[in-house]
Write a new protein. Structure first.
Length: 335
């Protein structure tokens, strides 16, 4: 028996089952992982596990002592940020990435819908990070804010969301951008299509967010949650069988799923968002599966070296524009 191999659970794997975590990090088949757990070869926080369904939390220490040292370290880039560029792209060509700006400090890229930002549970390959590391090899040596396998990543977009991301390329840029996000000086504006007709032309959703007690992968408005504020303005309203409202939204805070949860909480979920109520009835066929009508169209920040303000914009992708065109052609805008 070899000495146990240990690592801390990264944020990307928070809330995942222990068998899935070990399989993802080690590359071993789930059947082999189940055997290891049943034999007492796996412990979390110093306690030996015998149940594969046990969910882990960020920061917990996982130890595996089953003679799989080579296998376990092979893909530890998922947890420690090593050699992200060596992982397969699963069909994604880094030349397909639309890079709007790149200099010695930062990269601004437009993420297409369907692309995951960084490796995590169920997404070991084919991520934005791996594509960027291939095009910009120096990025592989840079850790994310938590040293958690997300080189240069200071914010993210959900898989089904498209739009603009800024990625740090140096330690200086990383510190600067983390500070700007923390102090809320980064400009982030989105476009969304939501179900139903909002009566107010503009407003603020000010409601704290926290993890759902029933499902740790979901968030909800909760007393005692983290403060969260989203401003919105109505761009257009559409009637007919698919009554909906086209919104411009500005984040004043940056919580996970913030826009999706906020608009759902006021009864107007994002069209296409199955998790928060926006993909049912006549809305089910408007977008392809897992695509939500949410686009990060404006991004502004101070350049880490020059301190000059930089702002980038991205128009609605064709699939979202086509949805609006179809609504306009059938029912017409009510605004």
């Amino acid at each position: 028996m070899t000495d146990p191999q240990r690592w801390s659970v990264p944020p990307a794997l928070d809330g995942e089952r222990i068998d899935r975590v070990i399989s993802l990090v080690s590359g071993l088949a789930r059947s082999r992982v189940d055997e290891m757990i049943s034999s007492g070869a796996v412990s979390v926080g110093g306690r030996v596990l015998t149940h594969r369904s046990r969910k882990v939390r960020e920061g917990e220490t996982v130890a595996v002592s089953a003679g799989i040292g080579a296998d376990l370290t092979q893909d530890r880039s998922l947890a420690a940020g090593e050699a992200a560029a060596d992982l397969p792209l699963a069909g994604l060509d880094d030349s397909d990435l639309e890079v709007l700006h790149a200099d010695d400090e930062v990269i601004v890229v437009e993420k297409p819908a369907g692309l995951v930002v960084h490796p995590g549970a169920g997404n070991a390959a084919g991520t934005l990070v791996q594509a960027l590391c291939r095009r910009f090899p120096d990025l592989s040596a840079l850790e994310g804010p938590g040293g958690d396998g997300r080189p240069g990543i200071v914010h993210r977009l959900d898989k089904g969301t498209s739009g603009l991301l800024v990625v740090a390329r140096t330690d200086r840029a990383l510190r600067s951008l983390v500070g700007q996000f923390s102090s809320r000086t980064v400009t982030r504006r989105y476009q969304a299509l939501v179900r139903g007709l909002l009566e107010s032309d503009a407003g603020m959703i000010d409601a704290p967010l926290g993890r759902s007690p029933r499902d740790p992968t979901r968030f909800s408005v909760r007393a005692g949650g983290r403060e969260a504020r989203t401003r919105y303005e109505v761009i257009g309203r559409y009637g007919g069988a698919t009554e909906c409202t086209h919104l411009a939204l500005t984040l004043e805070t940056g919580r996970t799923h913030q826009i999706r949860v906020h608009v759902s909480a006021i009864g107007h979920p994002v069209v296409g968002d199955a998790r928060y109520g926006g993909r049912s009835g006549p809305f089910k066929s408007l977008l392809r599966p897992e695509r939500v009508f949410l686009h990060a169209g404006t991004l502004g920040f101070d350049h880490p070296a020059s301190n000059l303000r930089m702002e980038f914009s991205s128009p609605l992708p064709a699939d979202l524009s086509d949805v609006l065109a179809g609504l306009s052609g059938v029912a017409g805008s009510l605004s």
